[in-house]
Design a protein. Structure first.
Length: 126
């Protein structure tokens, strides 16, 4: 049985997808870009501000699913500039503690709304 997760604390879906889908104890979180939920506009600031906004958006969807960032088992990071990867590590250390989730970092040519970063995740509820 699948459950569709939705919250106004994260940006509304800007396409034909759900913010997250829960199947049993597993939650699949759709990609988040650095949109401010209240305005649906990109956050102002550098890549660090964008990464923080993405983690805040993911956190809101985790909470709406009944969990938290600590329940994420797999995180995918998409960057338009892989030289920003050290910033991902720096900001991620403010949101996660060990044991860290499995993770992939992928360089891409472009992201929606000209974002510099997008992340999606898989969360497992204990």
């Amino acid at each position: 049985m699948k459950e569709i997760i939705s919250t106004d604390k994260a940006p509304k879906a800007i396409g034909t997808y759900s913010q997250a889908v829960k199947c049993g104890q597993t939650v699949y979180l759709s990609g988040q870009i650095p949109l401010v939920p209240e305005t649906m506009e990109m956050i102002e600031g550098d890549i660090s501000a964008q990464i923080k906004r993405v983690f805040d958006n993911l956190s809101a969807v985790c909470t709406a699913s009944g969990g938290s960032l600590a329940d994420i088992v797999k995180l995918n990071v998409f960057l338009t500039d892989l030289s920003n990867f050290p910033v991902v590590n720096e900001v991620m250390s403010q949101y996660f503690t060990e044991p860290y989730p499995a993770r992939a970092a992928i360089g891409v040519a472009a992201l929606p709304k000209d974002a510099g970063v997008e992340m999606d995740a898989v969360m497992v509820m204990e």
